[in-house]
Design a protein around this ligand. Structure first.
Ligand code: NAP
Length: 249
């Protein structure tokens, strides 16, 4: 197991896709997991049941990461109900694609609020708890779009690029409190987010991936668990790309 028995992890957006795989992997590796969701309580509860069915400990909480107050309540609850915090994975994320010339400020800011401001507020609250406990690890889920810039995804790319820069700042400030902060930047991964893409666009991108396939959520989750655990004890401020070779190609 990668984690000690008392390890407590929070995963935002843990009801589906990559966040679900991350919650399951952290639990399999020994952590108690608090997973959040925005709307799909049934999906979140299924993840909790799966973890509990394998002898693990999990809780699901409804939290809109675009709402500062809800995030503050989440960490207050984690303190009360779990007593400590060791790992935070900022995974919750949305796309609202459109070309720049047609993109409203609302559409730009909505995506920034969920993907970037939400991760900032959650990291701030987690850092306060972890600093008191002298240690922890934060993993932020960005995207290759945050490095390359995606056509029709200016808002999403800006949020994911900002998340990488934010994580470096967090890693610098966190170091004095023994808190590490890293990024996992996935390429195309088989989740609802990618299923929403037009088939021909996905087929085109797939040709550009040296491994000629999209990733599985579990293949991102194992990178997240590694960066969150003590095996990565000297890694901070790093961006770990998980993309089947897309950026390299
Ligand atoms: P997904 O299948 O669409 O799942 C999104 C998750 O985030 C769900 O659990 C959803 O909760 C939650 N969520 C969305 N908005 C939220 C909000 N405002 N507050 C709280 N939770 C919210 O997405 P995914 O593909 O797994 O993506 C997960 C992360 O990986 C995202 O940050 C995404 O940008 C990133 N990523 C994905 C890919 C990819 O190819 N899939 C590639 C690169 C990066 P509900 O179930 O309640 O709606």
């Amino acid at each position: 197991m990668l984690f000690e028995k008392e390890t407590v992890a929070v995963v935002t957006g843990g009801s589906r896709g990559i966040g679900r795989a991350v919650a399951l992997d952290l639990a399999r590796e020994g952590a108690a997991v608090v997973l959040t969701y925005r709307e799909q309580a049934d999906k979140a509860n299924e993840v909790v049941e799966e973890i509990e069915g394998s002898g693990g400990r999990a809780l699901a909480k409804q939290v809109d990461v675009g709402d500062e107050k809800q995030i503050r309540f989440l960490f207050r609850d984690v303190r009360k109900e779990m007593g400590r915090l060791d790992v935070l994975v900022n995974n919750a994320g949305v796309t609202e694609d459109g070309f720049i010339m047609m993109m409203s400020v609302r559409k730009f800011e909505d995506v920034m609020r969920t993907n970037m401001t939400g991760a900032f507020v959650a990291s701030r609250e987690a850092l306060k708890m972890m600093a008191r406990e002298r240690g922890g690890a934060i993993v932020n889920v960005s995207s290759v779009s945050g490095i390359l810039g995606g056509e029709g995804q200016a808002n999403y790319s800006a949020s994911k690029g900002a998340l990488i820069a934010f994580t470096r700042a967090l890693a610098r400030e966190g170091a004095m409190h023994k808190v590490r902060a890293n990024v996992v930047a996935p390429g195309f991964v088989d989740t609802d987010m990618v299923k929403a893409m037009p088939g021909h666009t996905l087929a085109l991108f797939q040709q550009l991936i040296p491994m000629k396939r999209v990733g599985r959520p579990e293949e991102v989750a194992s990178a997240v668990s590694f960066l969150a655990c003590d095996r990565a004890s000297y890694i901070t401020g790093e961006t770990f790309v998980v993309d089947g070779g897309l950026l390299m190609g």
